[in-house]
Design a protein around this ligand. Structure first.
Ligand code: GDP
Ligand code: IMO
Ligand code: MG
Length: 422
């Protein structure tokens, strides 16, 4: 069997959590392979909303195996809150959640370093989620990180050494080290984690594949936030693209099956960095308001703009996407006309290649399509799609060269329409 990978093709928050939940019945295993509690994946069903950060979005659909892979960075304190809230709501994960011993730990001092480094950057700050993601991955690459598997051997000594090193860095940044409460919560989180299956997940994942199990890998963030191909340095610190699933799980490239790419019918971005189709006007405000575009982790207002096919084609190419999922189509229900960016003009030259740096010298060139002026949220089959919406989908498929197989028309699990293969 192979691992199907589901990932965001824009700047995150495309709706990955919802679609993983929808697709989970077709899989035996759901696994996260990168990122950490910077993610906020929202699921809605039976009138309830759940936001997951480090735990895979497959936990609500029966007794599937859920794995936090080696590529993830885990904050024990936040993990305890997240798993504890789920247990209180009747979702006990003890039997079905596996955590890689090779996943790296986010320390309280990583969070302080994240804040200190953002302040030091001044106007050039990334606008991180403040969860210590960058500093934890920095330690991983510098070979000074702490891993889940370290819990079992000389852990306190290793922790003290890392903390002392971080304190030096914080002192150099003149940032006060106040760990009041944070450390205690962190150590409680460490104890709490011990009740879960802490495993060599690369063996587990490959064994499950050999046994014929269907595995879905759930991406976090989005391709345009990838550390190599995103709008560097305004990116996250992990490989958010399909290749990240190989290193973040220990799966060879030949074992990757379908690559399911998710995008919103428009674009959003949280934090700093270039955003060629951003709308700083009433239309942008309207998208934000109708789409409830406020971050699920930080509550920050998301910047909004029209769909950008230059960026989307780039993301499809980098990931080898085999099928597309379009989210939040309903947010455009009331628009008279809808714009889609088909190319850029960069320094006077028209191009469809995403440039090295998406700076102010980019002018997006748009196609304008008629709006469908219909409430899509109540539709349940593609046969009911208004003609303008079908036209919009045909246009996207022609531009992107890949079928849009699933259309989301609302936040609820049920508001999902699967199209027939054509
Ligand atoms: P993720 O990080 O990719 O999982 O996405 P988020 O959960 O951060 O953000 C997606 C937001 O859109 C959540 O609040 C979802 O409940 C909501 N959502 C998902 N699909 C749809 C949809 O088709 N229509 C509308 N209106 N909202 C949706
Ligand atoms: P999900 O999985 C949207 C953004 C931050 C910031 C940059 C770096 O819910 O789609 P970090 O804390 O990772 O160092 O921040 O990346 N960012 C996200 N934006 N959705 C996310 O996750 C994000 N995770 C990080 O806003 O600009
Ligand atoms: Mg999110």
């Amino acid at each position: 069997m192979k691992v199907d990978v589901l990932l965001g093709l824009q700047w995150g928050d495309e709706g990955k959590g919802k679609i993983v939940d929808v697709l989970t019945p077709g899989y035996d295993v759901v696994t996260r392979f990168q990122g950490g509690p910077n993610a906020g994946h929202t699921l809605e069903f039976n009138g309830k909303k759940h936001v997951l950060r480090s735990i895979p979005s497959g936990i609500f659909q029966g007794n599937k195996i859920n794995i936090i892979g080696n590529g993830v960075v885990l904050d024990p304190a936040l993990f305890k809150n997240e798993a504890g809230d789920l247990a209180d709501a009747g979702h006990d994960l003890k039997e079905k959640l596996y955590i890689s011993k090779k996943a790296h730990l986010i320390l309280p001092t990583h969070r302080l370093l994240d804040a200190a480094q953002e302040i030091a950057k001044g106007d050039a700050r990334v606008g991180t989620t403040g969860k210590g993601i960058g500093p934890a991955y920095t330690d991983k690459i510098a070979r000074t990180g702490l891993r889940v598997g370290d819990l079992f051997h000389d852990f306190e000594k290793k922790y003290a050494r890392a903390k002392a090193r971080h304190e030096h860095l914080l002192a150099a940044l003149s940032y006060p080290v106040d760990l009041a409460g944070m450390e205690q919560e962190w150590w409680q989180g460490i104890e709490y984690m011990k009740q879960f299956h802490l495993v060599d997940s690369e063996h587990l994942v490959n064994r499950l594949l050999e046994e014929g199990k269907h595995i879905l890998a759930e991406g976090a963030q989005g391709t345009m936030l990838d550390v190599d191909f995103g709008s560097y340095p305004f990116v996250t610190s992990s490989s958010t693209i399909c290749a990240g699933a190989c290193t973040g799980l220990g799966v060879p490239p030949g074992k990757i099956g379908e690559v399911i790419g998710i995008f919103k019918a428009y674009c959003t971005r949280v934090g700093s960095g270039p955003f060629p189709t951003e709308l700083k006007d009433d239309t942008g405000d309207k998208l934000c308001e109708i789409g409830h575009e406020f971050g699920s982790v930080t509550g920050r207002r998301r910047r909004c703009g029209w769909l950008d096919l230059v960026a989307l084609r780039y993301a499809i190419r980098l990931n080898g996407v085999t099928r597309l999922v379009m989210m939040k189509s309903d947010v455009l229900d009331t628009f008279e006309t809808i714009k889609v960016c088909t190319s850029y003009r960069v320094d006077g030259q028209e191009t469809t290649d995403f440039p090295f740096e998406a700076r102010e010298n980019i002018e997006p060139l748009y196609a304008e399509l008629p709006g469908w002026k219909t409430d899509l949220t109540r539709l349940s089959s593609e046969d009911e799609f208004p003609v303008e919406f079908k036209h919009y989908l045909d246009f996207l498929e022609e531009q992107l060269g890949i079928p849009v197989r699933i259309i989301s028309v609302g936040p609820d699990r049920e508001q999902t329409i699967t199209r027939r293969a054509r």
